[in-house]
Design a protein around this ligand. Structure first.
Ligand code: N01
Length: 544
């Protein structure tokens, strides 16, 4: 079992490492495999959890499953791995993804080089030795030529500071720090705060078990039915036979999904044709609804047609017109916040044991010993679930004290928002690579595609450095300026910045600088740019 092999595998301590990787999710596991097994380097991984899985280690809340489809939310680098593994459902549940990552870690014998239960508290660059040092919570120290963060984009929990939480007599949980033992909701009055992808996944599952569920909604959200179901053996066989083409398509698409955006404007077809297209996409379900027309994210007028279609669906599903109205998103265009994918979310509000509270109209004032009080009423609760999201993208990198040349903290370098070159490197932080860092496509894509591209680029870069006798690589500040400007331009060419409460902008965390963090120029375009940079002798980087 995973447990047993974790105990067996206490890695040998090492201070003369080539690379130190932080995090053992998709990114860290693959980075370890590539550097150790393809380049023959001495690499170790430091992981806070007691097992592999990264985001899937922590997110075990009821209903947690991936919104990307299982067969392509997976590694593509090993044909053997993708042929051996069979997914049971169209959208994999969290434990199935954990099983997959555990089996990948076993297959490539990764565990002996992973330190579990090892949280990094600080890391600093030693200019004289040209080494990175890292210290853990237990006080252990590690040193390596390269420091590679594989800490994820959505791993730093955002728990709102609502007065009174410490006095609450019931139990409370953040979805991203869910207990390993399932929480029993039966007979309980449950309050759930937050209606992003997470809250929308959890709501129907909790409602089916709890005595009563009260959903506290700040911003109404668009959601598309997932249409989840078991994978049929004939589908699995077809996918496995066609994997080469599926992976190619995913890599050349805008979002790392193996489907193309319909190259027709929503405004170029008749209202009947448009409706038929949306109805078909609604029936198919999932994130590909967004690909219905080419201009849903670039033309407000085109987007309005999709937004209005979904609003009409919500009104059609929710029986109480007043509740339907409250559930209808009006303050941002569809898909300018990451669109959730659901299994019977809106239907859940037709249940007798579910209440929706609009906390924009009647804000939460405090948590009391017995529940939660808004400006209008008090809600007695036994359990509170915070589905309130994450300090996204920069949060996980700033969660530990990381210092570059001359002891400058990353927090200081990024005081006005993240500044990177290609989302891969930070000026004045030599030999630090940030997998899926801010300024890269990351969260706007199917993550494994973005992760594989970064890991492979970093591996090629380190190979090149070793062959050429180069010790350090660092982003040129001018290249950083240009890239930051380009990231802003790419976002501004879309409707994405119109969602002014979105975590893409850091708007969900009070006091966080408002900067559009991921690169919106598309995965394929981004990967081409990275390849060109490498081909031109790592243009924009300083190599010494
Ligand atoms: O977090 P969110 P999430 N008081 O930030 C509300 C990925 N993901 O965990 O919109 C009251 O989206 C907040 O309200 P508002 C995916 O990329 C993937 O749901 O800020 N409410 C919002 O409703 C996703 O986008 C998958 O006004 C507060 C909610 O809490 C990302 O993770 C599954 C509040 C937070 O929504 C994050 O999703 C799940 C406060 N103080 C997630 N603060 C899969 O693919 C925040 N809220 C499986």
């Amino acid at each position: 079992s995973a447990q047993a092999s974790t105990i067996e595998a206490a890695p040998r301590p090492a201070t003369d490492l080539d690379a130190l990787v932080i995090g053992a999710g998709f990114a860290g596991l693959y980075q370890l495999h590539m550097l150790r097994d393809k380049l023959g380097l001495a690499v170790q991984v430091l992981e806070a959890g007691d097992g592999v899985g990264g985001t899937w280690y922590w997110n075990r809340y009821p209903g947690a499953r991936c919104d990307s489809e299982s067969y392509y939310y997976s590694f593509s680098f090993s044909d053997e791995l993708q042929q051996e593994w069979s997914w049971s459902e169209r959208y994999p549940e969290h434990h199935e993804i954990r099983r997959y990552l555990n089996s990948m870690a076993d297959k490539f014998k990764l565990r002996p080089d992973i330190h579990f239960n090892t949280r990094v508290t600080r890391a600093w660059y030693d200019e004289d030795a040209k080494l990175w040092h890292a210290e853990t919570e237990q006080g252990a120290r590690f040193s390596a030529r390269f420091l590679i963060t594989a800490v994820g984009c959505l791993s730093s929990a955002n728990i709102p500071k609502i007065p009174g939480l410490e006095r609450f007599k019931g139990d409370w949980y953040h979805t991203g720090r869910w207990p390993h033992e399932p929480v029993d909701f039966s007979g309980k009055r449950v309050g759930l705060i937050g209606t992003g992808s997470t809250g929308i996944q959890a709501t129907p599952v909790v409602a089916a078990q709890a005595a009563h569920l009260t959903v506290f909604q700040r911003t109404a959200n668009y959601s598309i039915p997932a249409r989840n179901g078991p994978m049929r053996p004939d589908e699995v066989a077809k996918i496995k036979a066609g994997y080469a083409a599926i992976r190619d398509l995913a890599r050349t698409s805008a979002n790392g999904h193996p489907f193309l955006v319909n190259q027709v404007s929503a405004l170029a077809v008749s209202p009947e044709e448009r409706l038929a297209q949306y109805e078909a996409a609604w029936e198919t379900g999932g994130l590909r609804f967004r690909a219905s027309f080419m201009d849903l994210l670039t033309s407000k007028e085109a987007n309005d047609t999709a937004s209005e279609f979904i609003r009409a669906k919500i009104r059609g599903i929710v029986e109480d017109p007043e509740v339907a109205e409250r559930l209808t998103p009006k303050d941002h265009p569809f898909a300018t916040k990451r669109p959730p994918v659901d299994s019977h979310y809106f239907e859940t509000f037709n249940r007798d044991n579910v209440t929706l509270v609009d906390i924009k109209a009647t804000p939460i004032l405090e948590i009391t010993p017995d529940g939660l009080r808004t400006s209008e009423a008090e809600y007695p609760l036994d359990i509170i679930i915070f589905a309130t999201g994450f300090d996204a993208m920069t949060g996980p990198l700033l969660a530990f004290d990381i210092r570059g040349r001359a002891g400058v903290p990353l927090k200081e370098a990024w005081a006005a928002g993240p500044r990177t070159y290609l989302g891969l490197q930070v000026a004045e932080f030599p030999n630090l690579f940030t997998i899926t860092g801010p300024g890269s496509p990351s969260v706007l894509t199917n993550m494994p595609v973005a992760i594989e591209q970064h890991v492979e680029w970093i591996t090629d870069c380190i190979r090149h450095m070793r062959e050429a006798g180069i010790t350090t690589i660092e982003a040129d500040p001018v290249a950083v300026d240009e890239w930051v400007a380009h990231v802003n331009d790419a976002a501004n060419a879309t409707l994405l910045p119109m969602a002014n409460s979105s975590w893409y902008l850091g708007a969900n965390v009070p006091g966080k600088p408002r900067v559009f963090m991921p690169y919106a120029g598309g995965m394929a375009r981004y990967a081409r740019r990275c390849a060109e940079v490498a081909a031109h002798g790592y243009e924009g980087f300083v190599l010494r």
